[in-house]
Design a protein around this ligand. Structure first.
Ligand code: R5P
Length: 290
């Protein structure tokens, strides 16, 4: 902790709403920052605060790509002050799904981004990282993964959710935790991804007749996963279908596809978009103070 006990939150342009909420939860000062683009689209940032000796949280989602460069510039601008500590918070870690080399000649993209971020920070915090290997690639700096499930669970409980469905066996743990917060049942489907936009689900008998069901996932990208899961729920007589995720990427026409099969769509503030209704600020703050 810095001598005057003041903490600062610096918000990147991808995470303005979450930065303000994190500053409120941490009782920190939200730094005045100027961010603009030159005519050639290069980024300019300037921090209009005196950060010498302070503890600083930088919050910036690294998606889409231009926000990665902005993050590096903000890290550098913060380091120009002799800060007491810099914690880089990346609420949604873009490239986390590219965590393996499938063919010779490919990079491990998530590792490449992790290495660049860690080179200019003391600590790193992210939220519901898609592949835990990303955390392990942070070498020599503390790296932590906060979870959105307590907040998503509270929110879905207030919405009267009677059952939680994971559209993928791999995300069953998360669905179960959300169901535990709500105190309701949970189930999962078995999904196979054929390509970036096509998935299939193994048919399965689901006890959802007349129920309010929430399909929960870490990321909604093209929406194909949720659409297939919603088809199964309708087939088995679900009365009301909610789609909820931590990271609402919503690529291309995902929202239109989802609106055609789900009654409600919600996401957290790791990516700010019109479906953002749940804040992960208190979970990030908890992780930071751990
Ligand atoms: C996959 O493993 C993830 O948990 C999500 O299910 C996936 O990223 C969703 O992608 P899409 O919305 O494109 O189906």
């Amino acid at each position: 902790m810095s001598p005057d006990g003041i903490m600062y939150v610096v918000g990147g342009s991808a995470s303005q709403r979450l930065s303000a909420e994190l500053a409120r939860v941490l009782k920190a000062k939200l730094a005045k920052v100027e961010i603009k683009r030159f005519p050639d689209d290069e980024c300019y940032v300037r921090i209009d605060e005196e950060l010498e000796g302070e503890d600083v949280f930088l919050v910036q989602t690294t998606w889409p790509d231009k926000n990665i460069v902005e993050l590096f510039l903000l890290q550098d601008a913060i380091r120009e002050f002799d800060v007491s500590s810099l914690t880089t918070v990346v609420p949604y870690f873009g490239y986390a799904r590219q965590d393996k080399q499938f063919k010779t000649g490919e990079p491990i993209s998530a590792r490449a981004i992790a290495r660049l971020i860690q080179s200019n920070t003391d600590e790193f915090i992210t939220v519901d990282i898609h592949a835990s290997s990303v955390i392990d690639w942070f070498d020599g700096v503390s790296a932590k993964n906060a979870h959105a499930y307590p907040e998503i669970g509270k929110f879905l409980k207030a919405k009267g959710t009677q059952m939680v469905l994971s559209p993928d066996e791999g995300r069953w743990d998360n669905a179960k935790r959300i169901a535990d917060v709500i105190s309701c049942d949970a189930d999962y489907l078995v999904k196979e991804r054929l390509d970036g936009e096509t998935v299939t689900m193994t048919p399965k008998s689901l006890d959802v007749k007349g129920k309010r069901v929430a399909i929960v996932d870490d990321i909604i990208s093209t929406g194909s996963t949720i659409v297939k899961a919603a088809e199964q729920l309708r087939k088995h007589g679900a009365a009301h279908i909610v789609a909820a995720c931590t990271h609402g990427v919503f690529a291309r026409d995902a929202v239109t596809k989802l609106k055609a099969c789900c009654d409600e769509i919600y996401s957290t503030d790791t990516i700010e978009n019109p479906t953002t209704t749940i804040s992960v600020a208190s979970q990030i703050a908890r992780m930071a103070m751990d």
